[in-house]
Design a protein around this ligand. Structure first.
Ligand SMILES: [Fe+2]
Length: 507
């Protein structure tokens, strides 16, 4: 079939307009896998393989074959199976091969309705006693209408073992909220229904650089607010809209449908399992947190609204309430038991800046804080750091996103005391594309946040890490021209954390 006819038929099928005989005659010519493939949650014996079938002519249930091979040419197939893609779950596939060899690369692909997906590359985690190094990247906040994905393009050339994605995979905003000069816009209004959120995920996956990075290495993923709605807390949207839980359940379902999460994480209403522990051989434990599903509402919101605010500590009693939690009691207890004293490194993948960041001088104003991040839950932060210390977690490194800026910080039990020991290192990475705060405002607050070793909010990019037993090296890689997908990407700063010595050093 020539390209024009195929294109016409695909358009007709997408619109549901093709008569039945054409649908059957030409189904095999359609690309059933335009959203690509992905893998995630690597374990020593397996991982999750993901794809989603597309087409308005799909039956309720479709049998999808998956194959996993030891070579890119699929000559040596080591595992295969059939999963059922169901209309009720957007014809997504979450295949879970098991019994694989630890610490090695594999290639995978899907076949359904006469079509075949692109090939993805993935790997298993090393065996528990293997002392393999780990090369990975953190990324977050890829708002579609704020910029192009040069960061993903660059990351795909880096030969990573895994990607750690730390939230804001999609943004829920309407096309009309695109900034002046946007090179692309969201389709339609603000996402509210299941169809809206599915379409939004599909729009993000229409970017070839994002698809390519998914096909290149396994991802470990957590979410933040925009996968659902800005600044939400359970049961409560920022603007206090009615029936918010229906919207949250729709967004949660679409989120699971479009990412390589296991079947066990399939949502029940608004609930899904995001927080997890992963081990990388004998080198590192990686823990991911969920800061959305169980958080207490933000302290001291603006009148008539919910969500974040920026407030003086002295004016906001709730900030001093020890009962308030960002993770919820059960996840806090789970985390306290998840720190690993036997492995040299503990990596904590969570959503936002953990270091205290006061916008005014705490010595004269009591401090002024943004209530959405850890600064809005300061006693919960202190509990977390205290538990980490009590558990003797080996070399803890906190990895975050959310604030659309690069921050490198020393974490302390008492941020007001410059002599308080540094007990962990933090790399809060900038956004893939989402705009940050004015950089001069960020710089102006540095004098009274001395535990921050670096802060810059006007650059987009990601952070590349190399970890071995002795040290963690970090490259803050930034995009020259955020509106150009072909932009050069360069190393803005390079840091090293030596084992046994918390705090990042410049190299
Ligand atoms: Fe964001």
């Amino acid at each position: 079939m020539n390209a024009t006819r195929r294109q016409l038929l695909q358009t007709a099928l997408a619109l549901g307009a093709a008569p039945a005989f054409i649908r059957h005659a030409c189904a095999a010519d359609m690309d059933r896998f335009p959203l690509g493939v992905a893998s995630g949650c690597p374990r020593p014996g397996g991982m999750v393989l993901w794809t989603r079938l597309i087409g308005t002519d799909l039956p309720e249930q479709v049998a999808v074959q998956w194959e996993l091979a030891a070579d890119e040419g699929f000559k040596q197939i080591v595992a295969k199976g059939t999963d059922t893609a169901e209309a009720a779950w957007a014809h997504s596939v979450h295949a879970e091969p098991a019994g694989l060899s630890p610490g090695r690369w594999y290639w995978y692909r899907f076949t359904a309705m006469g079509g075949r997906s692109a090939t993805g590359r993935t790997r298993t985690a090393p065996a528990p006693d293997a002392a393999e190094p780990l090369r990975f990247a953190t990324a977050s906040c890829q708002r579609w209408d704020h910029g192009e994905y040069a960061a993903w393009r660059d990351m795909a050339t880096q030969e990573l073992d895994l990607v750690l994605f730390l939230g804001d995979y999609i943004y829920e905003y309407a096309a009309s909220s695109a900034p002046a000069g946007a090179t692309r816009r969201h389709s339609g209004g603000a996402a509210r229904s299941l169809d809206d959120y599915r379409a939004r995920h599909a729009q993000y996956k229409s970017d070839p650089h994002l698809r390519a990075m998914h096909a290149r290495a396994p991802w470990i993923i957590t979410w933040d607010d925009h996968e659902i709605a800005n600044d939400y807390t359970p049961g409560r949207a920022q603007d206090l809209e009615p029936n918010f839980e229906l919207r949250r359940a729709a967004a949660t379902q679409a989120y699971w449908e479009h990412l390589p999460f296991p079947k066990s994480a399939r949502p029940r209403g608004t609930e899904t399992r995001i927080h997890e522990r992963y081990d990388w051989g004998s080198l590192a434990r990686l823990i991911t947190l969920d800061d959305r599903q169980w958080r207490d509402p933000q302290a001291c919101p603006k009148p008539g609204r919910a969500g974040s605010n920026t407030v003086y500590l002295k004016d906001c009693e709730a900030l001093r309430d020890p009962r308030r939690s960002l993770l919820g009691g059960a996840q806090e207890r789970w985390l306290a038991q998840s720190w690993d004293a036997s492995r040299p490194w503990n990596l904590l993948g969570q959503q936002t800046l953990m270091a205290r960041y006061s916008w005014t001088d705490p010595a004269t104003t009591s401090g002024q804080y943004w209530t959405e991040a850890w600064d809005g839950y300061p006693l919960a932060r202190q509990r977390l750091l205290g538990d980490m210390l009590a558990a003797k977690a080996g070399n803890p490194v906190v990895l975050g996103g959310d604030v659309h800026a690069n921050y490198v910080a020393d974490l302390k039990l008492d941020f007001d005391d410059a002599k308080s020991a540094t007990i962990a290192t933090e790399f809060c990475g900038t956004s893939i594309s989402s705009h940050g705060l004015a950089n001069d405002k960020v710089q102006s607050a540095l004098p009274w946040n001395a535990h921050l070793r670096y802060a810059r909010s006007d650059q987009r990019g990601y952070t590349l890490f190399d970890l071995n037993k002795q040290r963690l090296t970090a490259e803050l890689r930034t995009v020259d021209e955020a509106m150009d997908a072909q932009s050069p990407v360069r190393v803005e700063k390079r840091y090293v954390v030596e084992a046994g010595r918390p705090g990042a050093l410049t190299t």
